[in-house]
Design a protein. Sequence first.
Length: 417
Amino acid sequence: MTSITTEMPDRAAAKTTKTPADKAAGRAVALPVAAGERELRLDLFRGLALWLIFIDHLPPSIVTWFTIRNYGFSDATEIFIFISGYTAAFVYGRAMLDRGVVVAGARILKRVWQIYVAHVFLFTIYLAEISYVATSFDNPLYAEEMGILDFLKQPDVTIVQALLLKFRPVNMDVLPLYIVLMLFLPPILWLMLRKADVTLLLSVLLYVLTWQFDLYLPAYPNGVWYFNPFAWQLLFVFGAWCALGGARRMARVLSSRVTLGLSIAYLIFAFCVTLTWHVPQLSGYMPRWLESWMYPINKTDLDVLRFAHFLALAAVTVWFLPKDWRGLSSRWLRPVILCGQHSLEIFCLGVFLAFAGHFVMAEVGGGAWVHFAISMTGIVVMSAAAWVLSWYKREAGKGGRQAKTIEDNADLAGGQP
């Protein structure tokens, strides 16, 4: 298949090239990188998101002040979902162009099954880990804090609800969201390859209807999903739209100094607002009309202020971090890039490590140095695991077992989608 190369805009005007004919729809479709090429910025920021998610899952301490959620409206979850949508559209969009809708759809569903199995495995081991610690140390508060009391009371019913993705312990909300988003990727991708802008507008419409009519998925034993798929699909679809030519078409906007100035101004505004959350004395400087308009900033339904904050972060990042930035080849960034290339495995490992760290801090003490040691140890373990996975993949490739097609290699565009 003819390949093209398009890059995100940097300080200069973005470079663009003509696109090949869309085999599926008879129109041009822009793919983000050429066959065999990696977009290391995606690896870098998804790995960074995994590190930040791990730290945010630990009890609050001095280290958590280094995560982005303390300085604005969005956090690492937005980064993770956007990049997931971007890479999924690139990998499976190319597969859909090459092999057709049926084959690509089957491969997407296979990936959904893999993520679902990983979620069930994580759920089982996570419950065993929490139950063992709670029993061994005779402290039922662990079960209560991690949200598994209902499982201990009614394990038969709870397991069924867990298999239906309705029951989830603490820190296990991301994978169910990802499973649902990937499940609907085939029709989304089919339409986006033909009418990309229409697909994005339909996504925005669903987002608006979600807020207007309170669309949600119920959770067990009560409440709703912590991440509402009807709302968070907007970020996932937006990532896919960017991957299939949207970023190229926004090149002039993103390379504009006006866009940069507005983005920085919004980030400063968000920082000032979040500062009032941590320093209550400053809340008096917030106009009452502004507070009544913007609060609450709803994470469950992806508040528009969170979405706008992510867009501002992305615009600033694209401006100051071009695709050919030399730092991407630095050995100091290699650990975080490797984590981004094996996101599913590293995310699951991070959930285990977060509870282990929670346990150590509860039993030993939660001082700043203990929290720092636990955080750094977790990051080192995650990085070591990513290195082992990469080493195994290289060795498997030497033996001739490496995937031969782009769509089989879900790491190609920056980590497994």
